[in-house]
Design a protein around this ligand. Structure first.
Ligand SMILES: *[C@@H]1O[C@H](CO)[C@@H](O)[C@H](O)[C@H]1NC(C)=O
Ligand SMILES: *[C@@H]1O[C@H](CO)[C@@H](O)[C@H](O)[C@H]1NC(C)=O
Ligand SMILES: *[C@@H]1O[C@H](CO)[C@@H](O)[C@H](O)[C@H]1NC(C)=O
Ligand SMILES: *[C@@H]1O[C@H](CO)[C@@H](O)[C@H](O)[C@H]1NC(C)=O
Ligand SMILES: *[C@@H]1O[C@H](CO)[C@@H](O)[C@H](O)[C@H]1NC(C)=O
Length: 371
């Protein structure tokens, strides 16, 4: 990684910085539960997004690619077609980068906004969809803090390879009443792909929620392992299935859309409505041999002491609980050899000493030295 050895002798502080990096943590991966527990899952790659503190105009720099495609109503089999547009993806960080709640830059809930627009006069409902840049996610624990829109939309947090190979958590606003909600949990099958609806799928599970998903943030999570998938709401396991479990690498996704289909999204909404994502955290293995080889290299002999445990988020991430833990914000040493996209330092360690700052000095120095 660092190839400028010649200058090292002159700068002993760099060696200090190097040794700090070398003494990094988590070389042997990230685990759900302690590695000493009978049941635990181990993963070697991560991608974390702290959208409460992420600004900018290009979400791809943060590991997500906005999807741009249109479907006619003949394709959606619904009253409306849909258009997915980059313009419907919007960053809206907190005004105060030091805090985890409070006013946002653009008003309303802070986080990444996925807008469904109220104007569908041309027969298309504009919405938003994002796919991970990485397409090699094979097994993992995928978590998002989200609050969905209203007025007839589908808001989803999912993993996708193709229409018949998909792990879905879908919030349909039509399923909510005054005080409670529901979420559709499904592993799509070739049958549901052919029918364009999850209704015919034997793994469709409608989970009752004792809250309104459009009124506060909650953590939606699925842990996908060989042979089974378990879905979680605010850290509580609610449903496990062993049918149609994918076995290939693919993408994680999020979207917010409507086609006016009375049996699914309902709507469309008559005014603009956003699904807001406060964070996305993914811990996963890879179908890319370069990534598994990199893991073998940094963890040649498995050592549980070099595994970092991923804490469960058991509280709905609102207000005082909106401050959640990010491995990537807990000192630079905890993401050895990770393909991290542009990172946002969380409010908790904007002024972190240690490796974070060493790292910046390091990078700044070499960029300058190489000119
Ligand atoms: C973590 O531990 C709990 C409690 O023992 C268990 O129910 C759960 O299945 C474990 N999770 C994983 C992913 O192993
Ligand atoms: C992820 O890969 C590591 C290293 O090969 C392996 O030990 C672990 O069991 C894998 N995790 C899952 C859930 O398959
Ligand atoms: C957004 O960022 C990606 C990744 O850095 C880059 O490839 C792309 O050109 C950028 N797009 C725009 C519109 O700047
Ligand atoms: C989708 O349709 C809209 C009009 O509704 C058009 O402006 C846009 O260019 C189309 N996008 C694609 C990718 O075809
Ligand atoms: C909302 O729906 C749940 C079942 O999903 C039901 O138990 C509850 O009574 C309903 N509440 C209201 C206010 O309609």
């Amino acid at each position: 990684m660092w190839t400028v050895r010649d200058t090292m002798g002159a700068m002993p502080w760099l060696i200090l910085a190097m040794s700090r990096l070398a003494s990094a943590d988590c070389e042997c991966g990230y685990s759900v539960n302690k590695t000493s527990d009978a049941d635990h899952l181990l993963f070697y790659d991560l991608q974390e997004n702290d959208f409460l503190h992420t600004n900018g105009d290009n979400v791809t720099e943060y590991g997500w690619r906005p999807q741009e495609y249109n479907q006619t109503k003949e394709q959606t089999l619904a009253p409306y077609g849909k258009t997915n547009e980059v313009a419907n993806v919007e960053f809206n960080p907190l005004k105060d980068a030091q805090s985890w709640s409070g006013d946002s830059e653009k008003g309303g809930d802070a986080g990444l906004k996925l807008w469904v627009r109220g104007d569908h006069s041309d027969g298309y409902v504009p919405g938003a969809e994002l796919a991970s840049v990485r397409k090699d996610m094979l097994y993992g624990s995928f978590r998002a803090g989200m609050k969905t829109g209203s007025g007839g939309t589908c808001g989803a947090w999912y993993w996708f390879l193709k229409n018949s190979v998909e792990i879905d958590m879908e919030l349909l606003t039509k399923d909510f009443n005054n005080s409670q909600g529901a979420i559709n949990l499904v592993l799509q099958s070739p049958q549901s792909a052919a029918d364009r609806t999850a209704e015919g799928t034997n793994t469709l599970h409608v989970q009752h929620l004792d809250f309104r998903p459009d009124q506060s943030f909650h953590e939606y999570r699925y842990d996908w392992m060989p042979g089974s998938v378990t879905f979680y709401i605010d850290g509580q396991a609610v449903y496990t299935t062993t049918d149609n479990v994918p076995e290939d690498g693919g993408y994680m996704f999020m979207n917010h859309w409507s086609t006016g289909n009375p049996k699914w999204s309902a709507g469309p909404p008559s005014s603009d409505t956003a699904m807001t994502v406060s964070y996305a955290k993914a811990y996963f293995n890879s179908s890319d041999t370069a990534r598994s080889d990199a893991y073998k290299k940094r963890c040649p002999t498995f050592d549980p002491a070099k595994v970092c445990q991923i804490p469960d988020q058991t509280k709905a991430p609102n207000g005082a609980d909106a401050k959640t833990y990010f491995i990537s914000q807990d000192g630079a040493g905890k993401t050895p050899d990770q393909q991290t996209y542009k990172l946002t330092s969380g409010a908790s360690n904007l002024f972190a000493t240690s490796s974070t700052i060493y790292m910046s000095i390091f990078v700044a120095f070499f960029s300058w030295a190489l000119l």
